[in-house]
Every structure is written in structure tokens, then in C-alpha cells.
Design a protein around this ligand. Structure first.
Ligand code: ADP
Ligand code: MG
Length: 243
């Protein structure tokens, strides 16, 4: 479960302070698909970066499965990111000098996994890229590169997958296949999926959608597509704080 309590983000700007995220409370339960929507500059990437522990909030607390990541040191945070959080970027961010297989292997080697070689092959098979394992990123299409990036994000079987506009650099048809892949991963692995998207159709298919505007949540929507036992797992509480 992801829980944000009174999370804000401000940065110094000229003579004053620019508030990127106003106080935000949010709960995303395990196994949920959450879509974050909103116009460019509304704070979507900032929110995702905070949840990933890539950036620290100015105020507030972020708990991931009960762990207060805002109180962790850099090493503990890096460890958590390496094993419990997968991140998929708009521009793939694969290492260009490594093959697809090697890109997927890297996070497992960092985490000291013993069965990395077997798992890397299995993950590439899971994203449908067995026959491209030994290609370099420059030899792969955008959609294939994003598949590799997804396999890499799953390397240590994280309970949480974050994706920032994962189809933003792909044509519509390829984008759809990537979305189906991500939704399948949520279903088959019960991975919590938080994704930033401009696609209203996708936002409608998510269990919850969170719309941001100028750093504030302007709308949340919850859909209970899960079995009755799991309805509680698909809810969200989002409200604006004071300020
Ligand atoms: P989105 O992903 O919704 O397009 P971002 O989270 O990237 O929005 O950014 C939200 C706003 O905060 C934008 O106006 C952006 O310019 C600003 N911003 C983001 N990061 C910084 C930063 N480190 N310093 C100054 N302004 C920033
Ligand atoms: Mg963004």
C-alpha cells in the first residue's frame, strides 16, 4: 500500500517559492491500478518521483508498505528502489552499451540475485522479446525498447510498478500493446501499478484515477472492478489539505 500524508513539494524560484504539489493525502492499496492524469506541468512526474523515492517531499510523509521512505537514508532508499519499486520512463532509459538481456540483468546483479540469468531470460519471454535478447537498444523499435524497460523494471519482482507516460513516445497501436502488457502484469503478478497517462480510455480502465491540476488533486474516481472481497483494495482517499 502507498500512503501519502500531507505531502507537498516546493522549490525556490526567483524571489519566492514555487509550490509544485499542494498538500496531498492519498491511499493506493496493494494490487490497484491507479492512473494519474492532468495537463502538462500539473505535477504528475513530481508525484511519481516522490513515490519512487527519487525525490524528497518538502513536507509530509510517504509510506510504502508501512515503511516511511521520507525517513530513509540514501542507501536504504536505493535498496528499496532496487527491490520493491520498478520504474518505467517515457524515453525508456536503457543503457545503450548493453544488450536487452544485459539491461534486464543489471538490477538483479546490483541486488545480488543468484538466479539472474534464468530470470532475465524468463522476463524477456514474459514481454515477448526472447528473439531480441541479444540486440542493443539502438537495434530495437520504440515499443521493443519499452518492453525491455518493463522487463527490467520487473527484475526483482517489485510489488510496485510506476510508469511515467510509458506510451508517450510511441505510436497509438504500439502504445496499446504496452498498456495491455502493463495491465496483464498487474493481473498476473498483482503488482500495484501507478501510471501517468494522457489516455482517457486507459484512465477509465484503471481502478482509480487521480486528476491533477496546478499541483492539486481536482478529481478522483474509483471503479470497483475487483471481486467483492477486494473492493476495499480499489479505493482511494484523496483530499486537498489547507493551503
Ligand atoms: P507534469 O509531469 O505533470 O508535466 P511536473 O511534475 O514535471 O509536471 O512539473 C510540475 C511543475 O513543476 C512544472 O511547472 C515544472 O516546471 C515544475 N518543476 C518540476 N520540477 C522542478 C524543479 N526541480 N525546479 C523547478 N520547477 C520544477
Ligand atoms: Mg511529466
Amino acid at each position: 500500500m502507498i500512503e501519502l500524508r500531507g505531502v507537498t513539494k516546493s522549490v525556490p524560484s526567483g524571489t519566492g517559492t514555487l509550490t509544485i504539489l499542494h498538500p496531498l493525502d492519498l491511499i493506493i492499496r496493494h494490487g490497484t491500478v491507479a492512473a494519474v492524469t492532468g495537463p502538462s506541468g500539473s505535477g504528475k512526474s513530481t508525484l511519481l518521483g516522490l513515490v519512487a523515492g527519487l525525490d524528497a517531499p518538502t513536507a509530509g510523509t510517504i509510506l510504502i508498505d508501512g515503511i516511511d521512505i521520507t525517513s530513509l537514508g540514501e542507501d536504504a532508499l536505493a535498496g528499496l528502489r532496487g527491490t520493491r519499486i520498478g520504474f518505467v520512463f517515457q524515453f525508456f532509459h536503457l543503457l545503450p552499451s548493453l544488450t536487452a538481456y544485459e539491461n534486464v540483468l543489471v538490477p538483479m546483479e546490483i541486488a545480488g540475485a543468484r538466479d539472474g540469468a534464468t530470470r532475465a531470460s524468463a522476463l524477456l519471454a514474459e514481454v515477448g522479446l526472447t528473439d531480441r535478447s541479444h540486440h542493443y537498444p539502438s537495434q530495437l523499435s520504440g515499443g521493443e525498447q519499452q518492453r525491455v524497460a518493463i522487463a527490467r523494471a520487473l527484475a526483482n519482482d517489485p510489488p510496485l510498478l510506476l510508469a511515467d507516460e510509458p506510451t508517450g513516445n510511441l505510436d497509438t497501436a504500439t502504445g496499446h500493446t504496452i498498456i495491455e502488457l502493463l495491465l496483464n502484469i498487474n493481473r498476473s503478478r498483482n503488482t500495484t501499478l501507478v501510471l501517468v497517462t494522457h489516455d482517457p480510455e486507459l484512465a477509465a480502465r484503471a481502478d482509480i484515477s487521480i486528476a491533477l491540476r496546478d499541483g492539486r488533486v481536482v478529481e478522483t474516481r474509483t471503479v470497483s472492478r475487483k471481486p467483492a472481497d477486494d473492493v476495499a483494495a480499489a479505493d482511494v482517499e484523496a483530499k486537498e489539505g489547507v493551503g
